[in-house]
Design a protein around this ligand. Structure first.
Ligand code: FES
Ligand SMILES: [Fe+2]
Length: 427
């Protein structure tokens, strides 16, 4: 005869149910980007891409949002790029409806005109163009152009660092140019926006094991690898990936090295290859060409993950290449059931999920209180630790890692596909 189960025995049998859990929360210190927030103040110590330089013409102004601030980016008739607040300093109409002129942008409401530094050049409906126009100032931010991108600095003026240079993007080779404009309608000038927190995308870049599941085992191989080696199945193998990846601190961030055996290396013989990705904080990412998978001497691309606000971000890239197909392959290089993500129906997304489905479904901002981290999350943990340290540094009045110093040489970037043992400084 068995005795009736006590209430305690039931509780033990059914442990871990969802009943009575505390409300979930995100780590605001890591993720929120508005003015005055810890990470917002970190991010405001660096330059961020705001537009493709090539796609930004003097035709019309463009509306964007960066770090929770609504901004207008434009190029005046003299070719100078400018970033100003969207609300006109007069009575608040949007400069999105403004007109671009030779020396600035003119508001549609009463014709005030501002130059790229927000100086009020004219108040069209006031006597003499506004005798007190010098007192009006449209809030603006410093801008610089490099590598095919327009960069903006939104931080304290006294801490404005030089815009960093990167070895991999310096010195165009024969026939090379910079590619930076998304070939997707609506995204050509101000980038490709996604509707979830920036850190979900950025930390995905230091989570290589997701490629061993999401992009290969869950619903088929999604990378369109070509080149001399492509992606052999040994690259993905989820049973061995944990042992094939190492994570490292670098002078400017973190990187991982993922090794795999390839039965057909560049010279046709079996070889061990290293796939290397580096993240330079706070939001730069160096990813090898994930379509043309070929050991190469020099990496050719950087990606910036720029927060629009707490729940949106934009991706910008700069590619140094001679082949226009290089840019196309970056934009369209991952296929889900043979399609681009935006071509899929909801049913197809459920059956063939990719990066967007995995990252977006973590939430507008992922709920850190609900996570259960494992050893293969080591890269994510390293990145978050670094970002937290940077927030501490800014709060303590110190410069965070990698803001840059005058005269600093171009930064090395460790990314690419390498034959193990055939490069200097290999991890
Ligand atoms: S609101 Fe812009 S000129 Fe009046
Ligand atoms: Fe991915």
């Amino acid at each position: 005869m068995t005795s009736p189960a006590t209430p305690d025995a039931h509780a033990a049998a059914d442990s871990g149910t969802g009943y009575g859990r505390a409300p979930s929360s995100h780590d605001a210190r890591l993720t929120e980007v508005g003015p005055g927030t810890p990470m917002g103040e970190v991010l405001r110590r660096y330059w961020h891409p705001v537009a493709s330089a090539e796609a930004l013409t003097s035709d019309v102004p463009h509306r964007t949002r960066i770090l929770g601030e609504d901004l207008i980016v434009f190029r005046d008739g003299q070719g100078r790029a400018g970033v100003v607040f969207e609300r006109c300093a007069h009575r608040g109409s949007s400069l999105f409806y403004g007109r671009i002129e030779e020396d600035g942008i003119r508001c549609c409401y009463h014709g005030w005109k501002f130059d790229v530094q927000g100086h009020c050049l004219e108040q069209a409906c006031e006597v003499d163009g506004g005798r007190r126009r010098n007192l009006a100032r449209q809030p603006w931010y410093p801008v610089e152009e490099r590598y095919g991108l327009v960069f903006v600095y939104m931080g304290p003026p006294e801490h404005k660092p030089p815009l960093p240079r990167y070895e991999c993007l310096e010195s165009l080779g024969d026939g090379e140019r910079y590619y930076s404009s998304w070939p997707v309608p609506g995204s050509e000038v101000t980038g490709m926006e996604a509707d979830y927190n920036w850190l979900q995308l950025y930390e995905n870049a230091v989570d290589p094991v997701h490629a061993s599941w999401l992009h290969s085992q869950h619903s088929g191989f999604q990378f369109q690898g070509t080149g001399t080696t492509g992606f052999p199945e040994s690259y993905y193998d989820p049973r061995t990936v944990a042992e094939r990846v190492t994570y490292h601190r670098t002078p400017f961030g973190v990187k991982y090295v993922q090794s795999y055996e390839d039965k057909k290396g560049p010279d046709g013989r079996p070889v061990t290859l290293d796939w290397v990705v580096e993240l330079q904080v706070p939001n730069v990412l160096a990813l090898p060409d994930f379509v043309r998978v070929t050991p190469e001497a020099r990496h050719d691309m950087l990606i910036w993950v720029v927060p629009s606000d707490d729940t949106h971000h934009r991706m910008f890239y700069a590619i140094r290449a001679a082949d226009p197909g290089r840019m196309e392959s970056f934009a369209f290089g991952i296929k889900q059931n043979g399609k681009d993500n935006w071509q899929m129906t909801d049913d197809e997304r459920q059956k063939y999920p990719g990066d967007y489905e995995a990252q977006r479904s973590q939430g507008d901002i992922t709920q850190h209180s609900e996570e259960t981290l494992a050893p293969s999350d080591r890269g994510v943990v390293m990145l978050r630790r670094l970002l937290r340290t940077m927030a501490d540094d800014v709060a303590a009045g110190k410069a965070p890692l990698g803001t840059g110093t005058p005269g600093e040489p171009a930064r090395p970037v460790d990314s690419g596909v390498f034959v193990r043992g055939e490069r200097d400084g290999a991890a």
